[in-house]
Design a protein around this ligand. Structure first.
Ligand SMILES: [Mg+2]
Length: 370
């Protein structure tokens, strides 16, 4: 471990009594929890929130349904196979939006900055506080969210974004997990490598073939092997594996965007018939991102209906992406969340929160955030 002296001492330097503490807050099974909150018959039952089109995907599954292997972004037919007794309810976005507003008002009351990742998930910059003080803030946030919204939120507290997010996942549901400064590396070490940001199933398989299964295995690899495996990214990956993650909480992302849209000659009825257009638009956006060397943190879909009303949804990734299949999946995920009660006149896909990028993080799609 000697060769990681630099990184280790950096961790120690950041572990002084006062450090910027980041809190990751994530509502538990958001859409399904709202359904169960509002209909007592659904409590304790496996509930799946999904649209009704032929290509519907699971938007959120309750924890009871997750026990049968159902998860977000899974095709609905597959979810029904795994959990035939599940109760499928349609989404109600107006209600989610209202809950989102009240929950984020709680977040903002307790943080210096709030970076929303989706309707139900955010990073909070708690400023320079001790971790025990941050835990008190986390408890207060949990209490206020329960009181205001009637649902539970899981909270992770750490000195960096990634560890805070992993900690909130570890505590789900209704958890509060704090990682003390200086203990990030040992907290991460026993976990499988796929829990690191940027490690998708392909990279995980490649690492497993090399005998690298735990984050601690990765953290202790010599430089030469890291560079041989990952190129220049290897060093950054080890920093992540040690829990060194200086990315700040950013309230507003850059507004540059890449988008494409199409007005149909004849209005189109039904989501299923929009699939091919959506796929080609996603491919075009991906290709334009790559040709400009950009990655997108957020993908959105816009529709204009026959009555000229405009509707849109967007979703954000944990790590920015530029590949067509991921962008298409995200676009479809957004379209699923838009209510189409009129024929569609125009359909568009837009990538925002752009940044200059290398190409390493294309595998990870955080559709599991709800
Ligand atoms: Mg959530």
């Amino acid at each position: 471990m000697q060769r990681h002296g630099d990184a280790a001492s950096r961790v120690r330097r950041r572990s002084g009594v006062l450090a910027t503490v980041i809190l990751h807050a994530d509502l538990d099974a958001f859409y399904a929890s709202i359904a169960q909150r509002d209909d007592p018959r659904l409590r304790g039952q496996p509930v799946i929130v999904a649209g009704s089109s032929r290509r519907a995907v699971v938007l959120t599954a309750s924890y009871e349904a997750r026990k049968s292997g159902v998860h977000s972004a899974m095709p609905l037919f597959m979810a029904r196979e795994r959990c035939p007794q599940a109760i499928v309810v349609p989404p109600d976005f107006a209600r989610y939006r209202a809950v989102h507003e009240s929950v984020f008002a709680v977040f903002k009351a307790h943080a210096r900055a709030v970076e929303g990742l989706s309707l139900d998930e955010a990073f909070l910059d708690l400023d320079d506080v001790t971790v025990p003080a941050a835990v008190l803030v986390g408890r207060r946030i949990k209490d206020e969210v329960r009181r205001e919204a009637g649902i539970t939120v899981s909270v992770g507290i750490a000195t960096g974004k990634m560890v805070a997010k992993i900690a909130s996942d570890d505590g789900k549901p209704d958890g509060l997990v704090a990682v003390a400064p200086g203990t990030e590396a040992s907290y991460l070490a026993p976990k499988p490598v796929r829990r690191l940001w940027g490690i998708g199933p392909k990279t995980e398989a490649r690492l497993r073939a090399q005998g690298i299964e735990r984050i601690g295995d990765l953290a202790s690899l010599p430089d030469e092997r890291l560079v041989a495996l990952f190129g220049a990214w290897g060093v950054e990956l080890r920093n992540l594996a040690l829990g060194i993650d200086p990315r700040p909480v950013v309230e507003e992302w850059e507004t540059r965007s890449i988008s494409t849209e199409e007005t149909f000659e004849h209005d189109v009825t039904g989501k299923a018939r929009l699939g091919d257009v959506l796929a080609s638009q996603a491919r075009e956006v991906a290709q334009r991102l790559r040709s400009q060397g950009l990655l997108a943190q957020t993908v959105g879909v816009k529709v204009k209906l026959a009555n000229r009303s405009v509707r849109g949804r967007q979703t954000s990734f944990v790590e920015a992406v530029d590949d067509a299949p991921t962008i298409e999946r995200a676009a479809w995920y957004c379209l699923e969340r838009i209510v189409l009660d009129k024929p569609v006149r125009l359909l568009g896909v837009r990538a925002t929160n752009l940044r200059a990028g290398d190409r390493r993080q294309t595998e990870f799609f955080d559709a599991l955030g709800t």
